[in-house]
Design a protein around this ligand. Structure first.
Ligand code: ADP
Length: 365
């Protein structure tokens, strides 16, 4: 067959491409041409591979399963076929090939062979596999850790309960024999055991987040109303004002979302100086396929250097005497938001107030 100038240019170009193996096969899959890319990806020189069958690139298992013939048959019927899988280089090593086989016909529409284009995607597939493995490892380590926290905190409760019970017994049975100092010591022990019980309960709650997995439609407007009812005493004592914009219904873990909002609102009130009337503003807007909620206050604010630390378990910035708490609410909150596939962060001007922002992906209800 005589080639015209254009066809010759095309052939030359195909020959020079070195990041794709571009080869022509006859109807049975015997190799007719070989370009630089094929040489680079598969390791054979043109002289040693032309006239061999392309089955040579397939693994033993794929050859046994008849994959090469299957792909040619599919290309012949459909015009072209795409396949990804492990292929063999000349030295026996494997590469991940992304292969397109296109059928060629003559003017009478008779099949005369195939053009085959292969890309080497080994790096991509290895990177994906590594990421997948890391994710799996991380997930199982997380599960183990949660299990550990759960068991440890659960088991810690028992001896603690014993200490409390015996302190009570001591006070009941020996109360009249104890002097003031001994009473004071017992008071301290009592205080500490109560505090430890609270911490253990927090840890237990933390490890339980996400165990009940059922996303349900949650009307956030209604949720804020119920949170306001729960916080009625705090609202009354501080005279706090809650301003709430229109809030959406989102697909969420209802109890956890309520816990999150309650903590953010309660913190917003708690961390406002006593001489200032707390004003808490709650709003939501759609942004980038997420509902973005904001709980803003006019409180003491947070130095930007602490904007990560506050989300860690048991981390607090203020004296417990000034502002009570265990430092677990925001760690809970972060876990809850991440459970929904969102994020939680803070923006603040120290002395003027904070804006806690969290996102929840928009799910179709
Ligand atoms: P807790 O409220 O029990 O201390 P959190 O985990 O809810 O625990 O909060 C951690 C810390 O983050 C708080 O101790 C406080 O220092 C800071 N913080 C949280 N919310 C606010 C807020 N709205 N304004 C200022 N500081 C805050």
């Amino acid at each position: 067959m005589e080639l015209d100038a254009k066809q010759l240019r095309l052939l030359k170009m195909m020959d020079e491409i070195d990041n794709h193996a571009i080869i022509l096969l006859d109807r049975q899959g015997y190799i007719e041409t070989w370009n630089k890319g094929a040489e680079k990806i598969k390791g054979y020189q043109a002289g040693e591979i032309i006239n061999q069958n392309f089955r040579i690139f397939y693994t033993e298992a794929d050859r046994q399963a008849g994959l090469p013939s299957q792909l040619l048959a599919e290309a012949a019927t459909a015009g072209k076929v795409y396949h990804e899988g492990w292929r063999l280089r000349k030295d026996g090593s494997r590469f991940w090939g992304a292969v397109t086989i296109v059928a060629s016909y003559n003017e009478q529409d008779v099949l005369i062979g195939f053009a085959k284009i292969t890309r080497d995607l080994t790096e991509r597939i290895e990177a994906e596999t590594t990421i997948k493995l890391h994710a799996q490892n991380l997930e199982s380590q997380n599960k183990e850790l949660e299990q550990f926290v759960y068991i440890a905190s659960h088991d810690l409760q028992e001896p603690l309960l014993n200490v409390s019970n015996f302190v009570e017994l001591l006070q009941l049975e020996y109360g009249d024999k104890l002097d003031e100092t001994a009473e004071m010591y017992l008071g301290v022990i009592n205080h500490c055991t109560h505090r430890m019980r609270d911490l253990i309960k927090d840890l237990l709650d933390y490890s339980r987040i996400g165990r009940r997995k059922a996303l349900v439609p949650v009307d956030c407007q209604h949720l804020v109303d119920t949170v306001k009812e729960d916080l009625a005493t705090q609202l009354r004592q501080t005279g706090a004002v809650i301003q709430c914009g229109a809030l959406p219904t989102v697909n969420a873990y209802a109890i956890e979302l309520r816990q999150l909002l309650q903590n953010l609102i309660s913190n917003a009130i708690k961390f406002t100086p006593a001489d200032r009337k707390p004003v808490v503003t709650i709003s939501a807007r759609l942004h980038d396929h997420h509902w973005q909620f904001t709980v803003a206050d006019n409180g003491i604010g947070i130095d930007p250097s602490h904007s990560e630390k506050i989300f860690k378990i048991f981390q607090r910035l203020n004296d417990r005497d000034a502002y009570e708490g265990n430092g677990i609410g925001l760690a809970h909150g972060k876990k809850i938001v991440e459970l929904h596939g969102g994020a939680l962060w803070v923006e603040s001007t120290p002395g003027q107030g904070s804006r806690f922002v969290f996102t929840i992906p928009v799910h179709t209800l």
